[in-house]
Each structure stands twice: as structure tokens, then as C-alpha cells.
Design a protein around this ligand. Sequence first.
Ligand code: ATP
Length: 323
Amino acid sequence: VKKIAVFTSGGDAPGMNAALRAVVRTASYYNIECYGVREGYNGLINDDFTRMGPRSVKNIITEGGTILKSARSLEFKTKEGRQKAYENCVKRGIDGMVCIGGDGTFRGAEVFNKEYGIKVIGVPGTIDNDIFGTDNTIGYDTALNTAMEAIDKIRDTATSHNRIFFVEVMGRDAGFIALNSGLATGAIGILIPEKKDSIEDLFTRFERAEKAGKASSIVVVAEGEKLGSIYDIAKATQAGFPDYDIRVAILGHIQRGGSPSCADRVLASRLGYGAVIGLMDGKTNMMAGMQSNKLTFTSIDEAIKKHNEMDQELLKISEILAI
Ligand code: ATP
């Protein structure tokens, strides 16, 4: 490859900037011209390209969000939109793209490659950790730590007032943040979309907690939990336990923000570097990932279609330790 474009797309995640920095600097090191595209696929369509060099990405490794901005582009889902994007790439002689984002971003990249042949490599940047082919996605570790710190604070007030807190964390289709932050904060219950929960199971836990002398409790709920909304679950619990003082807290977008953790900066640096190396090796339609501490490439098709299994042992441990 001689000229590459890089962009961030879909939901933003802490560490996207670190990944961008790695892509730009690795490209520069190997004498590849690099263009940053603003607002994901929208920038490809609207011809929003900027030539980037090592100094364009100074001081961004510490920053959350994405300096290129991210977007969800409806137009790129149309043939006409992608045609415009292709024409803009041709105009500059772009022959490779690094697409930092989640599964939707990868799907778009794959469609674009199949239609026009420009080489594409995906870099998994999403807090949800729901991408196959990498042990962790960029942003997940930071989001997890943010959730953990917030739940720790909620625990202080829960304990002071003998309250039951239902805390919702992000993860529409994946319970990784919920399971791990719940385990790390000693939640008595963790409700995730991957596990079939019933309200009776939850009640049994409360009864057990009462018998064990617990006066306050935290239940962590993934936003995609199938039992219903967190308010429905809290209401049902209140009906079952009228004496409880129940509160609901939704952590929301604080989980996306903030300076990336060390683990996310290192991961982003390795994957950004890996993506450029992959393009130089002639790879396309692949996602760079880290598996067992090694750089790996997984076909985008597989990365989108398969799912990382929820660790059953972790689930069991969280239950054993919550007695
Ligand atoms: P997150 O996991 O954080 O939500 P994401 O990358 O999955 O991130 P999406 O909004 O699903 O976020 O996808 C990003 C963009 O990718 C979409 O706005 C759209 O422009 C493009 N895209 C998604 N699916 C397709 C598709 N089938 N064809 C073309 N483009 C697509």
C-alpha cells in the first residue's frame, strides 16, 4: 500500500485516539501516506480527508473520545453513498483503509471492499467487548474501570442507608462489563443477556443475603438484560420485598468517556501498528486483534458472525463469592 485512510466509526471508545496515533506513526515510519477521515463513513462520502503525520497525533494518547469524531452514516448503507466514498478515495489514490470501530463499522468495510477492492483492515474499538477474534476490544478496560469506580461509590451510599441498588451498565448485546464489574464490586446479583435469569432466582439471592445478615446490596444489570427494563426489575423486587429501600442508578455515557487505561493504550498501540503491518502484507477484510498476547488477524466475516463465549466459570465465581 502507498496511501491509506484511517477513521473512527460507530460508538466512540476510550483508546481510539491511541489507535489512530499508532496507525499514523506506523504509516509514517514505513513511508506510507496517511489521511485521517472525519466522522467515519460520512467523511469518506463528504470528502473530509486530512493528510496526517506524526505531529498531527501528538498529545492524543491520553485523550478519550476521538479527535477525528465518529458517526453513524445512513448514507454509507446505500450504493450511491458508497460510490461517492469510492470516488473520493480514487481521487487521492487511497489503496488501503484502517477502520476503527465495532461490528457495524466492519460490516460496512467488508461491503465496500467487496464492491470496490480497496483493502480494509478493522481495528476493534468498542467498550462492549462483543467482537470475536480479540480477547479485548479497545475501550473495554477503561469502561470497566469507570463502571467499577462508580459502583464502588454507590456501594458507600447503599451501605450507609441499608439500601438495595440496581445499577445499569452498558452492554446492549453483551454482558462483559456487567459480569466483570459486578464481580469486581461484590454484587449479589449480575443480570446479563447471555444468562437466562428469572425474577425468582433474584429473589432467592435476596433471601439468602438477608439470612446472611446483609443489609445492603448491589445488583448489576446489563442494559440488554432480557428480564425487562431495570425499572421493571426494581418494581418487581419492591413488590416482593415491600420493606426494602430500593434505588436505581443508570451509569450511562460516563462509561464511554475518560482518559484510556494503560491496558487500552497498549492494546490500541499494538492493534494500530498491526493494522498497518497487515495492509503492508497485502491482507484485506481482516481484523487485527490480540489473542493470548499475540497479534492475530481474523476475517471480518468471522469477527462479526461469531461471539466470544461468556466465561461460565466467571459466572460461577461471582455467585459463590456473593454468599
Ligand atoms: P458500536 O459497536 O460501538 O455500536 P459499530 O461500529 O457497530 O459500533 P454501527 O453504528 O453499527 O456502529 O456501524 C457504524 C457504521 O457502519 C454505520 O453507521 C454505517 O455507516 C456502517 N455500516 C453498518 N452496517 C453496514 C452495512 N451493512 N453496509 C454498509 N455500511 C454499514
